[in-house]
Design a protein around this ligand. Structure first.
Ligand code: SAM
Length: 231
């Protein structure tokens, strides 16, 4: 079973959502050209930055999303965590993989309740709601409780500085052979310093590479158990 090929409702939905995301790219380029800073994840409610991003998909590019589906299939992923739901584009790929692997769950997190409400409608439209758990709120709180089961794959598609907090929360539960996929890591690399401090620390047991997709796609595979820490 390959839901990306065999689920017609999903195929049509993804075509529509990728097109909608791409149609917003010019507005995002203008936003930066006008001097706006990249989002940090700390944009206060009601600020211009927060308002600008509230209706933006910023969806994972299709080629990266298809790779993520393939990686989740290759690892037989049953428990996946996603940082950054937005309107649910990448979540649909992850959920398709988990379903095609025989079932499990994708825990997907976003701070914007209106975006998550729309994403939930997309999950229902594709028939994938049963494998998706949405968590609404600041991810540093919604993932703070840890995990009952090992995590097979973590997709980091969230404002860059938050990624370091997420890897600190999820990393300890990521199984050996599991992986982290992080988007856009060669754009403003300095914003990802906290993430790479974790991934590149030999004690964390990752083998890290950056794949040459647009903006760079970091793939970190946990190849050995993390060292036990005293802190
Ligand atoms: C790049 S978008 C995610 C795109 C999505 N993965 C897709 O492919 O459609 C990043 C998302 O992170 C969310 N976000 C930013 N800061 C957050 C935080 N502190 N906690 C939870 N979500 C946050 C934003 O609201 C935004 O929707």
């Amino acid at each position: 079973m390959n839901s990306l090929r065999d689920n017609e409702a999903l195929r049509e939905l993804l075509d529509r959502l990728h097109a909608a995301s791409e149609a917003q790219e010019a507005a995002i380029e203008r936003y930066y050209a006008d001097g706006a800073a990249r989002p940090t994840g700390y944009e206060p409610d009601g600020s211009d930055g927060r308002r600008f991003w509230q209706d933006k998909y910023v969806a994972l590019d299709r080629d990266k999303a298809e790779l993520t589906y393939a990686l989740a299939r290759a690892t037989g992923a049953r428990q996946v965590v996603e940082a950054g739901t937005s309107f649910g584009v990448s979540t649909l790929y992850l959920a398709a993989a988990v379903k095609d692997n025989g079932g499990g769950r994708v825990i997907t997190c976003d701070i914007e309740p209106d975006k998550v409400a729309v994403a939930r409608r997309h999950f229902a439209e594709a028939g994938l709601s049963d494998v998706i758990e949405t968590r609404v709120g600041d991810i540093r709180l919604t993932l703070a409780g840890g995990f009952d089961e090992p995590v097979d794959l973590l997709l980091l598609d969230i404002w860059a500085p938050i990624a370091a907090d997420v890897i600190a929360l999820v990393g300890p539960s990521l199984r050996v052979g599991g992986m982290v996929v992080a988007d856009n890591t060669t754009v403003r690399r300095e914003l990802y310093a906290g993430l790479f401090a974790h991934l590149d620390d030999p004690a964390d047991g990752f083998t890290v590479t950056t794949l040459p997709y647009h903006g760079g796609l970091c793939l970190a595979v946990r190849t050995s158990s993390p060292a036990t820490r005293d802190h």
